[in-house]
Design a binder for this molecule. Structure first.
Ligand SMILES: NC(=O)c1ccc[n+]([C@@H]2O[C@H](COP(=O)([O-])OP(=O)(O)OC[C@H]3O[C@@H](n4cnc5c(N)ncnc54)[C@H](OP(=O)(O)O)[C@@H]3O)[C@@H](O)[C@H]2O)c1
Length: 360
């Protein structure tokens, strides 16, 4: 299986988003099942796992770190063979505090919960506009020099913010929402990452389940901790209006002996060499199904036809986040024409990595 690079970090082409095991998609599975799910993903070949300090039931402070603890327990037998990514939030009540010790305290707590001595990838979960990004980049550079993190990243940022931060301490990865129905980052953000040797990690790559074709119009998202009730793309009227994209995927999946979710993931792998999606599922069999997308390939004609078909389908509603750098309530990005990735592909030069993701 090919490896992809997030800056210096070598990872499987698809990672596992662990959030749903603690937060965001209704009732959570029991801990033993969640631990087994992560271990099965590793056995299948996944070497990249995504969590955050915030991921716990309803994001309540008392449950902070719930997901990191599960991930830490799961990977303990093979810790050195995987790349662990976690994220911190700098809250308003931390504005004005000395920055390095503040970030260090977040990191130390995450490392304790993960049961490890370093985070391979440490993201700022959201930019706090009252804390200069360059100062955060400086502090992250110090953590890298101290061996406490191997690379750092940003989430939901603009190309301008990426360039400013990268100039201070080179970024390993940028994580933002990206799927066939949420393509705002194709215009500037992903090309900017490509040009600068930065990996791009799409979250919600199956559009919170929409692209799997398995979200029915009567779906019940009433659980207190279910983000899908706030996702406009999943409102009953939009589920109906978005049938064309679901049907496009179902048709192609049937022809290729794949599933619609696999087509949605394989499409972005084919499109960008620096992209490593992190689909999330609470079900062990779906986690493996999603990882299996790394074996689904398109020839040039198939890919071009898929791109044309996607460009022609209007998307109704958005996922619930504004596009990178845009207002949260910004209108959904249209399926804007992206620059041809082949034009910039040659510019993506993974930086040599000093630490291997393998146990050796
Ligand atoms: N940086 C950020 O701000 C941010 C924000 C959100 C998420 N994330 C990260 O990104 C990861 C992925 O995001 P996400 O969970 O929103 O994305 P997603 O994979 O697009 O959506 C997950 C939803 O899709 C369903 N699903 C997944 N695979 C499926 C399949 N093969 N067939 C049918 N349904 C399927 C899941 O249902 P089941 O569980 O029932 O299978 C779940 O409801 C998270 O785990 C988290 O680590 C980061």
């Amino acid at each position: 299986m090919e490896q992809r690079f997030l800056g210096p970090l070598a990872v499987s082409p698809i990672g596992m988003g662990c959030m749903g095991l603690s937060h965001g998609y209704g009732e959570i599975p029991d801990r033993a099942y969640a631990v087994a799910a992560i271990r099965k993903a590793y056995d299948f070949g996944c070497t990249f796992f995504d969590t955050a300090e915030a991921y716990g039931p309803r994001l309540l402070p008392e449950f902070r770190g719930h997901n990191e603890r599960i991930l830490g327990e799961a990977v303990a037998p093979f810790r050195d063979a995987v790349v662990l990514a976690t994220k911190l939030h700098l809250h308003d009540d931390e504005v004005g505090l000395p920055l390095y010790p503040t970030i260090r305290a977040h990191l130390d707590a995450s490392l304790r919960r993960l049961g490890t001595d370093r985070a391979d990838l440490y993201y700022l979960h959201r930019v706090n506009h009252r804390i200069p990004l360059e100062d955060v980049a400086e502090a992250m550079g110090r953590l890298i020099r101290e061996g406490l993190i191997r690379g750092w990243g940003l989430s939901q940022v603009s190309a301008e913010q990426i360039r400013a931060a990268h100039a201070v301490t080179p970024l390993a990865a940028v994580q933002s929402i990206y799927s066939m129905v949420e393509r705002g980052v194709e215009a500037e953000v992903i090309p900017c990452c490509l040009e600068n040797g930065i990996g791009f990690v799409p979250f919600s790559p199956i559009a919170s389940g929409l692209l799997s074709g398995k979200v029915g119009e009567g779906a019940d998202f009433s659980h207190a901790d279910d983000v899908r009730k706030y996702v406009p793309q999943l409102r009953p009227e939009n589920l109906g209006a978005n049938r064309p994209v679901v049907e496009l995927l179902a048709g192609l999946a049937a022809r290729k002996g794949a599933t619609p979710a696999q087509i949605a993931l394989a499409w972005m792998l084919r499109k960008w060499p620096n992209v490593v999606p992190i689909p999330g599922s609470k079900r062990q069999e779906r986690i493996l199904e999603n990882l299996g997308a790394w074996d689904v390939a398109f020839d040039d004609a198939e890919f071009a036809a898929l791109e044309r078909a996607l460009d022609a389908i209007p998307i109704h509603g958005h996922r619930g986040f504004g596009g990178a750098g845009k207002r949260r309530d910004a209108p959904p990005p249209r399926n804007k024409k992206a620059p041809d990735a082949r034009g910039v592909r040659g510019l993506f030069r993974p930086r040599p990595h000093s630490v291997s993701a393998s146990p050796s």
